[in-house]
Write a new protein. Structure first.
Length: 194
């Protein structure tokens, strides 16, 4: 027999997982394993290997999570669950340290702080206005009328891009996020239901 007629490793692994969960393997795979000695031997090797890995993992987990450690964790969880019914505690904040720090920083240089804020605001407005002025030159009247007569291909390309972007962002396209999206109310659905 050629190799192409035998089961692939991923199908053997799926069969192993189904067996571990108490489910039956898909009928074509089970039939092939019953008829093909080579695939049955590979499946037996895979099952032996995976059972060995599971046994080693269980032994390492038992060594890492001793009964004492598990008991301490259970007691900690029980204490947290007992605290669920009680009102929350309010932690006091060290007031003297905070007040001393605030006073020292505000008394140090209030004028410099105000001057720096004003200078930053002025520079931001000035640079923003300069950028807007330079990035949008004012066309003359004949140029405006000529543009109105000829459709701009950039505007059409931008509109196409924006519509594609809206479609792409409308719903998630990954299987993992689709379940969350199904339970999330969307603005359009709420608006349309009114």
């Amino acid at each position: 027999m050629r190799r192409a007629l035998h089961l692939q490793d991923d199908r053997l692994f799926d069969c192993y997982l189904a067996q571990r969960q108490g489910e039956a393997a898909d009928p074509p795979t089970a039939e092939h394993l019953a008829d093909c000695d080579s695939c049955a031997a590979r499946y037996a090797e895979l099952a032996l290997f995976m059972d060995g890995v599971r046994a080693e993992g269980d032994a390492e987990a038992d060594a890492a999570f001793t009964p004492e450690r598990l008991r301490a964790q259970q007691q900690q969880i029980a204490r947290r669950m007992e605290a669920v019914g009680r009102p929350a505690r309010v932690l006091s904040f060290p007031g003297r340290v905070v007040q001393g720090t605030i006073r020292a920083s505000t008394l140090r240089s209030p004028r410099w702080t105000a001057a720096a804020a004003a200078a930053g605001l002025f520079l931001g407005i000035a640079l923003g206005a300069t950028y807007e002025w330079d990035s949008h030159p004012r066309p003359s009247a004949p140029a405006i009328s000529a543009r109105a007569a000829v459709p701009n291909p950039d505007v059409a390309a931008d509109a196409d891009f924006m519509s594609e972007l809206e479609l792409a962002l409308d719903r998630p396209h990954t299987r993992e996020l689709a379940a969350f999206d199904a339970f999330t109310p969307h603005f359009r659905e709420i608006r349309d239901s009114r």
